[in-house]
Design a binder for this molecule. Structure first.
Ligand code: 5GP
Length: 124
């Protein structure tokens, strides 16, 4: 899938629409999800035109891949989620219900998060 410059996270990166920022460096931006699914629900996005994890890991330069993943860890530490724990998740494509076509890692925390997938959806 080609990258669509008009997606909502591209607009956030360009400062065209606001976000509740929690972290930023040269490689990544992190902000609160507009529709939180947990007491802490933050999205971390790379500063580059990548649709998904598949696109990013195939096409992004090494320094961006490294910097992005370091930023995810930094955000979780700065939000004091390391203890008692947190969950990261990245949706890719139709089966995963990816809504926004700019790579984003969700960080969930702040409560007991329960099983990884809803059980009655696990069988496919
Ligand atoms: P996906 O399903 O693509 O993995 O998740 C997209 C996420 O982006 C959803 O959790 C949704 O609530 C969030 N989201 C969509 N539009 C906006 C927005 O304009 N601002 C923020 N902060 N989050 C958004």
């Amino acid at each position: 899938m080609a990258y669509d410059d008009g997606n909502i996270f591209a607009k956030i990166l360009r400062g065209e629409i606001p976000c509740r920022k929690v972290y930023e460096d040269e490689h990544a931006l992190a902000f609160h999800d507009i529709n939180p699914q947990a007491p802490v629900h933050v999205l971390v996005i790379p500063k580059g035109p990548y649709v998904s994890m598949a696109d990013f890991t195939e096409n992004a330069p090494d320094d961006l891949v490294l910097g992005f993943f370091r930023a995810v860890g930094t955000v979780a530490r700065e939000l004091e989620l390391v203890e008692p724990g947190y969950r990261i998740l990245a949706n890719h494509g139709v089966h995963s219900h990816q809504e926004v076509p700019h790579l984003h890692i969700h960080i969930f925390g702040g409560k007991q998060l329960g099983p990884m997938l809803v059980k009655d959806r696990a069988k496919g």
